[in-house]
Design a protein around this ligand. Structure first.
Ligand SMILES: [Ca+2]
Length: 386
């Protein structure tokens, strides 16, 4: 028979083991070089066994001879390569988010686009920064600093689909803009072929767009069990740098199967589309930077640094580039985005379900190692269902 004491211990150990199964990531130590290009080792628990498959990470750094106006390299600065250009090639621009360049996506009355092919997948995590440089216009508008006079398909910011014809009527389908701005009121995750129509912000009452600065848009989409029938999961986040962080979540069918009857994504375009006229295109030159694409199971597993110990309060974020991943240890290359040297920052690890450590792990960004402060245990709790 159990004594009271052993029964109590059993209850505690059961509690702990259940907690371990469902616990959020908990960071114990962060060591290494906390400057861009450095490698940090993160130890702890609950990171999950599945890390991300990163298809691409591009800060548009160029090489030692690159200059503004040069064609952007198809070899990404940080991981992977682009598959192709659109009709016209993007160029380096000095209105950067991470120095020294961003990607200019419109010039001379023409869209400049990059295209990325990925292995067939129904799950993707995509993050990228955008800005309208000073003196430039919003797509479809002739007035600097103003939205268009009326709604139309002027700007599909990024576009995921099945193959190069995914967006076409009668094409291979499964297209979703990430997001689009079709009615001059709502930002929406929607496409030409898919049944999805999911609002992710509203210009007048739920705004994240700014005409003066940078925004990071991140989206995690995961198709349902039968992707053309079962609802999948949607998570969309908009970070207005220095201002606010907004998130939108829901469930909806994400795929239509298209003409090939296969529910899959195989391609992502940056930008997706500009639909203005020559008159509205005169001062149009949106720039994109720090584009990160991960696909497959674990796509959303990631490491970020933020500027606040409470993630939801962060007003700046940067994605690190994981090099190895296990439940208790991650090695990641540091990328600091627009954080300044020696800034106070907080490390967040997200597992494959997008769950992160509750309190950011404090670090000081610099070229120096290291931070080895041991944080107290967090998240020792039982989650009743999942
Ligand atoms: Ca950059």
């Amino acid at each position: 028979m159990f004594s009271k004491k052993s029964a109590t211990l059993l209850a505690i150990s059961t509690l702990l083991s259940v907690s371990n199964v469902y616990a959020a990531p908990n960071i114990g130590t962060v060591t290494g070089s906390l400057a861009t290009g450095g490698i940090v080792q993160i130890t702890g628990s609950g990171f999950g066994s599945t890390g991300p498959n990163i298809d691409l990470f591009d800060e548009f750094s160029g090489n030692s001879t690159s200059k503004a106006g040069d064609v952007v390299s198809l070899t990404a600065s940080d991981a992977g390569s682009w598959s192709s250009y659109g009709t016209y090639q993007p160029t380096y621009d000095t209105n950067f988010h991470s120095p020294p360049f961003s990607m200019r996506t419109f010039a001379n009355d023409r869209m400049q686009q990059l295209q990325k092919n990925v292995n067939s997948t129904t799950e993707a995590f995509i993050s990228y920064w955008i800005s309208l440089p000073q003196g430039s216009t919003f797509p479809g508008s002739t007035v600097i600093g103003s939205y268009p006079a009326s709604g139309a398909s002027y700007w599909k910011l990024a576009w995921i689909m099945d193959g190069p014809t995914g967006y076409q009527s009668g094409g291979t389908g499964d297209d979703i803009c990430l997001p689009t701005y079709p009615d001059n009121t709502y930002w929406r995750l929607m496409g030409n072929n898919t049944p999805l129509n999911f609002p992710v912000g509203r210009r007048d009452t739920d705004d994240w767009f700014t005409f003066n600065g940078w925004m990071r848009l991140s989206v995690w989409l995961k198709g349902g069990a039968i992707p053309t029938v079962d609802p999948g999961s949607i998570w969309f986040q908009a970070l207005t740098e220095g201002n606010r962080l907004k998130e939108y979540t829901g469930n909806a069918v994400l795929f239509n199967g298209g003409s090939n009857g296969i529910a899959q994504w195989t391609r992502i375009n940056f930008p997706g589309w500009y639909g203005g006229t020559t008159a509205t295109n005169v001062n149009l030159r949106p720039v994109y930077d720090d584009i990160y694409v991960a696909t497959g199971p674990g796509a959303v597993a990631r490491v970020e640094i933020g500027d606040a110990p409470d993630y939801a309060s962060c007003k700046n974020l940067a994605l690190l580039l994981p090099k190895s991943w296990s439940d208790g240890s991650i090695s990641a290359e540091v990328h600091t985005g627009s954080f300044v040297a020696n800034a106070q920052a907080y490390v967040y690890v997200f597992d494959a379900n997008n769950v992160h450590n509750t309190v950011g792990f404090p670090v000081s960004l610099s070229g120096q190692s290291t931070s080895t402060v041991f944080s107290p245990p967090q998240n020792l709790r039982v989650i009743s269902s999942k």
